[in-house]
Design a protein. Structure first.
Ligand SMILES: [Zn+2]
Ligand SMILES: [Zn+2]
Length: 364
């Protein structure tokens, strides 16, 4: 830690907030008091109303990512919606009482090419909402499983007033993760779009592709997900194990979003793209994908990845949701049920996202 940072953290006042934290990779989440910084001149303090449970929370709490070792105690949560309780003197976009949101990012260097382009999610120095170095208080950042959070104004989003807040929380990660690649690859009216996997990400992808005017085809291994896919906005559902059904769609897709984190054959989907079609992966299987080069060469197809979205695009996504009245399908739980929810999430037993009602933490 630099001297400047130490100096800073000595100067900056702090207060104590209620939270749920994991003490180790094997520990269940349990109540804990954590420090939060007093809002500085550019900061917004938010009373958290709802926080979505993302699959990343589960991975990070259990220390399952070797590239991002977990620092304990760990307070996860990066799908945050709440009410502004205090603002710093230089804050212009928010005032106390406003509904506001925070996603996966709380800071970045602000001056690299990525930040200059409004793509803070690709900044080498981005600070994640939890488990990133905290320059203000030392240690690591603590996420949204808490009754409040203090975040730099630039990283705080506005929430359209018509949206249900429990259902809006997952937009901050699951929403923007699926919206951003669709915008980047030009999903619009008349395009044929595939969505692979119907879970937290997939169900948002269907809603966005449908609202953008595309013809939406959902690929699933479970025939019993058909009705739900159609209800969410799909025009067609393909059982991916059925070779005849898959063959019928060969060379026809403009864009496919692959949201599956389990091992699967990605070539089966690349073959479904038309010339110059793109397949973007937003799921991360443990084992590397094996790609058949010819399936890319033959029609100049491309394969890409995508990570959440920048701040400007996250705001654009929220405004789009306001206009089209899009929220995530959520099961609202009290924080006391979070460990049970993790067990169910690991079995994919949720339609389609848990959203924690943080009022339950107040009465703790
Ligand atoms: Zn997430
Ligand atoms: Zn940057």
């Amino acid at each position: 830690m630099s001297t400047a940072t130490q100096f800073n953290s000595e100067l900056r006042g702090q207060y104590r907030a209620k939270a749920y934290a994991a003490a180790s990779a094997e520990s269940p989440l349990a109540p804990m008091m954590i420090p939060r910084r007093d809002p500085g001149e550019h900061d917004v303090q938010i009373e958290i109303l709802f926080c979505g449970i993302c699959h990343s929370d589960l991975h990070q709490v259990r220390n399952e990512w070797s590239a991002m070792p977990t620092v304990y105690p760990c307070v996860p949560g990066h799908e945050i919606v709440g009410r502004v309780s205090k603002v710093g003197s230089a804050v212009t976009k928010f005032k106390p009482g406003d509904v506001a949101a925070v996603g996966c990012l709380v800071d970045s260097d602000g001056n690299c090419p990525e930040c200059q382009d409004g793509l803070e999610q690709y900044c080498l120095h981005m600070i994640l909402t939890y488990n990133s170095p905290d320059a203000h208080l030392g240690g690591v950042t603590y996420g949204g499983y808490s009754d409040s959070i203090v975040v730099k104004e630039h990283f705080v989003l506005r929430v359209p007033s018509n949206l249900n807040l429990a259902g809006a929380a997952p937009l901050l990660c699951a929403g923007v993760t699926t919206y951003s690649p669709m915008r980047h690859w030009g999903v619009t009216k008349g395009k044929k779009v595939g969505v692979v996997g119907l879970g937290g990400l997939g169900h948002m992808a269907i809603k966005f592709a449908h609202a953008l005017g595309a013809h939406v085809v959902v690929f699933t291994t479970s025939p019993n997900k058909r009705e739900d896919a159609l209800r969410l906005g799909a025009d067609d559902v393909v059982i991916s194990r059925d070779k005849d059904q898959m063959r019928k769609h060969r060379g026809s897709f403009d864009f496919i979003l692959d949201a599956v984190s389990a091992e699967h054959d990605i070539n089966a989907y690349i073959q479904l793209l038309r010339r110059d079609g793109n397949l973007t992966i937003v799921g991360a299987p443990d084992k590397p994908h094996a790609i058949a080069a010819f399936s890319l060469l033959l029609k100049r197809r491309s394969l890409s990845g995508s990570l959440i979205g920048g701040i400007a695009e996250t705001q654009e996504m929220l405004d789009f949701c306001g206009k089209h009245n899009i929220t995530s399908d959520v099961e609202v739980i009290p924080i006391q049920k979070v460990n049970e929810a993790y067990d169910r999430l690991s079995r994919a037993d949720v339609k389609y996202r848990f959203s924690i009602d943080m009022a339950s933490l107040k009465s703790q």
